[in-house]
Ligand binder design. Structure first.
Ligand SMILES: [Fe+2]
Length: 289
């Protein structure tokens, strides 16, 4: 008998368990003991591989939890800024909550991704954060603004963008984009840069339309609210002027869903914290595009 262990040639993919079982089944094989030790080594290797895999799973779960916590902190910080701006502006909290949710619904209806639309839900309420930098004498003036005062007021998009922008944090970047672009108009007659058409970021175009519609249907100290029908007509008048014409068409397609969402925010008294919840804050049949 040769003192050299037999060689096993494998010419195709094989099942390791079946191969070892086959070798062990041959009682006449004098190398059976070696095969048995081979089986032990294989079990040890499998055990080590299993533990390594478990360790990697634990590390990945810890990394995901840490990223989730960072993301939550970013979103909380952003919305706290919105609350600060709200105190300054005297705007109602409900308006910015509606603005977030309705912008999200409109983005989904446009075919934007869930990730983009959810980010817009958080970014939209920041559109007027730059008003923090506008003096009360201008911001809260009861009468009409002079030309000089308008010049000051028109700085709030850039101030907002400076507060929010260039942080490298995606949701802040989008909020900065919305703040800078929400007073631009499709026909180029807006401010601060007189951008036109698709040069205006989509996020800002969506928020501008939703803000316009929602503000019209709110009571103001200087006027009562417009009816939904009147407000929709005023949006249509601005198709291709103030607003992206395609966006107005999508808005008209889903305006009943938007109105239902608005009414639900009001009925449930949803607060800015509700914007941080995962998934839908409001239950609107057909609200998901
Ligand atoms: Fe504004």
């Amino acid at each position: 008998m040769s003192s050299v262990p037999p060689e096993v040639f494998v010419e195709r993919t094989f099942d390791a368990d079946a191969l070892v079982a086959h070798l062990l089944a041959d009682d006449s094989d004098p190398w059976a003991a070696s095969y048995a030790s081979l089986e032990n080594e294989r079990d040890l290797a499998y055990g080590q591989l299993f533990r390594t895999t478990q360790d990697m799973r634990t590390l990945l779960a810890e990394r995901d939890a840490a990223l989730e916590a960072i993301s939550r902190a970013h979103h909380q910080t952003l919305l706290r800024l919105a609350v600060a701006a709200e105190y300054k502006d005297g705007d109602t909290g409900a308006h910015i909550v509606r603005l977030g949710l309705l912008s999200e619904i409109l983005a989904l209806r446009l075919g934007q991704t869930e990730a983009y639309s959810r980010m817009l839900r958080l970014a939209a309420p920041m559109h007027d954060v730059g008003k923090i930098g506008i003096p009360d004498a201008v911001l809260k003036k009861a009468g009409p603004l002079t030309a000089e005062e308008w010049q000051v007021m028109r700085q709030h998009p850039d101030i907002g963008a400076r507060i929010l922008g260039e942080s490298g944090i995606a949701v802040f970047e989008m909020a900065g984009e919305v703040a800078r672009g929400h007073h631009e108009k499709w026909d180029g007659s807006g401010y601060p840069r007189s951008l036109a058409g698709e040069d205006i970021p989509l996020s800002a175009r969506i928020v501008a339309l939703v803000d316009f519609f929602d503000a019209l249907t709110m009571d103001r100290v200087y006027r009562p609210r417009f009816s939904d029908t009147e407000a929709i007509a005023m949006v249509c008048e601005q198709r291709g002027r103030h607003f992206d014409p395609d966006l107005v068409d999508i808005f008209l397609d889903c305006v009943e869903v938007l109105i239902a969402a608005r009414d639900e925010v009001n009925a449930r008294g949803l607060a800015i914290e509700d914007l941080l919840k995962k998934g839908d804050c409001v239950v609107v049949p057909g609200g998901r595009g």
